[in-house]
Design a protein around this ligand. Structure first.
Ligand code: PDD
Length: 285
C-alpha cells in the first residue's frame, strides 16, 4: 500500500484524512505541483518549488514549508514508496476554517498539505512517444488565471474526455482564434528551424518543462518565437509537440483529423525530447 503525506505525517493511504470542510474540497481553493521522478531522482525540482511559491502568493497564501522541507518530503515519499520512475503530486489548500464561507478564513487557519506518489515504471521510454499524439481543438472555457496552478481541473478533465470520445489523445484549447495550450501541457508548432509557442501571460500555465525546453532549443540553434498561432497554422506546420512534467516532450502528429507532415513524430520533437531527458537526468536531485 502507498504511503502518503498529510500535514506532517507519513500514513498508509487508507488512514489519511482531510476534513469535509477543507476549502480544497469545497471551493477548489488550493494549488498543486507535479514533479517527475526518473531513476529515483526528482526532475527540475527547483523550478516546481519556485512556481509553487508564486501560485501560493497569487492567492495570498503563505508557503507552509521551506524549499528544503519540500525536498525532504519528496525524497522521503520516493524512498518509502520505492519509486524508480513516476510522479510526486503535492497539493496545498487554504485548509479547514470549520464552516463553509466564501471569504478567506483568518490567518491562523493552517493550510492542508498533501503529497502522494504515482509509480510509472519506464515513464521516459513511453512507446506512445514513438507514435505521437493525435489532438482535437476545443474552446478554452477555463477561468482567466491559468498562470496559477490551481486544483480546479474540471474543464481540463472535460477536455480530456472530449478527446477520448473523439478517439484521440488530447485536446488543445482555443481562445479568440488562437491556441492557448493543451489540457495539461504547453503546445508548440515547428516550421523549418523555427519553434513557435504562445508567449507567457495569465492565459496559460508557465510550464516548468516549457522553460527548460525553450532554453535547450536555443542552445541547439533552433529559432524560438513566442507568439500566438491558430489551428490552421498548426495544421500546416511541419510538426508539433507538447511539453509537461509527466509527458516531457511528446510529438503531436494529427490536429482535428489532419496529419502533420507524414503523420509520424518530427525531427525537432524527437531531438528536443532526447536533449531534455538527457540534460534533466544529469541535473536530477
Ligand atoms: N500539468 N499547462 C497546463 C494547463 C498544465 O496542467 C501543465 C502541467 C502544463 C505543463 O507544465 P509543466 O511543464 O510545469 O508540467 C501546462 C501537470 C503535469 C498535471 O496536471 O498533471
Amino acid at each position: 500500500m502507498r504511503t502518503v503525506y498529510v500535514n506532517g505525517d507519513y500514513l498508509p493511504e487508507t488512514e489519511a484524512k482531510v476534513s469535509v470542510f477543507d476549502r480544497g474540497f469545497l471551493m477548489a481553493d488550493g494549488v498543486y505541483e507535479v514533479t517527475s521522478v526518473l531513476g529515483g531522482k526528482l526532475i527540475d525540482f527547483g523550478g516546481h518549488c519556485k512556481r509553487l511559491s508564486r501560485s501560493l502568493s497569487e492567492l495570498e497564501m503563505k508557503n507552509p514549508l521551506s524549499d528544503e522541507e519540500w525536498l525532504a518530503i519528496h525524497r522521503e515519499l520516493v524512498a518509502r514508496n520505492d519509486i524508480t520512475d513516476g510522479m510526486v503530486y503535492l497539493q496545498v489548500t487554504r485548509g479547514n476554517p470549520g464552516d463553509r464561507d466564501f471569504a478567506y478564513p483568518a490567518d491562523d487557519v493552517q493550510p492542508t498539505v498533501v503529497l502522494f506518489t504515482q509509480s510509472k515504471p519506464g515513464l521516459a521510454e513511453s512507446p506512445v512517444a514513438k507514435v505521437g499524439w493525435k489532438v482535437i481543438s476545443i474552446p478554452d472555457a477555463r477561468w482567466a488565471r491559468r498562470d496559477i496552478k490551481t486544483v480546479q481541473l474540471l474543464y481540463p478533465s472535460m477536455g480530456k474526455m472530449m478527446a477520448k470520445k473523439a478517439g484521440v489523445d488530447d485536446a488543445w484549447f482555443v481562445e479568440d482564434g488562437f491556441v492557448t495550450e493543451g489540457t495539461s501541457n504547453n503546445a508548440y508548432i515547428v516550421k523549418g528551424n523555427k519553434i513557435v509557442t504562445r508567449a507567457l501571460s495569465n492565459d496559460i500555465l508557465h510550464g516548468i518543462t516549457r522553460a527548460a525546453v525553450l532554453r535547450f532549443a536555443k542552445e541547439a540553434q533552433f529559432d524560438v518565437e513566442e507568439r500566438n498561432f491558430t489551428i490552421e497554422e498548426a495544421q500546416s506546420a511541419d510538426e508539433a509537440f507538447i511539453t509537461s512534467a509527466s509527458a516531457f516532450v511528446m510529438p503531436v502528429v494529427e490536429i482535428d483529423g489532419k496529419s502533420l507532415g507524414n503523420g509520424t513524430p518530427g525531427n525537432a520533437a524527437r531531438r528536443m525530447r532526447e536533449i531534455y531527458l538527457e540534460e534533466m537526468r544529469k541535473a536530477a536531485i
